[in-house]
Design a protein around this ligand. Structure first.
Ligand SMILES: [Zn+2]
Length: 54
C-alpha cells in the first residue's frame, strides 16, 4: 500500500512506515513524525463489487 500523501491529522508530509519495536512494519500502518501520531489505513472493499473497474 502506498503511503498517504499527507497525514490525515495534521496534513504534514513527514510520513514513514510505522514499526513496532523490532518488528516488521504493520500492514497499512504509518506514522507522522510531525505530529507523532501513528495510524493505519485499511481497504474496506470495492464500491461496486460486481461492476467493471474502470
Ligand atoms: Zn501529523
Amino acid at each position: 500500500m502506498r503511503p498517504p500523501s499527507t497525514a490525515p491529522y495534521c496534513g504534514d508530509e513527514d510520513l514513514w512506515p510505522h514499526e513496532v519495536a523490532g518488528d516488521q512494519p504493520a500492514h497499512g500502518a504509518w506514522e507522522c513524525r510531525a505530529c507523532q501520531r501513528a495510524f493505519s489505513l485499511r481497504l474496506l472493499g470495492l464500491l461496486r463489487p460486481e461492476g467493471v473497474v474502470r
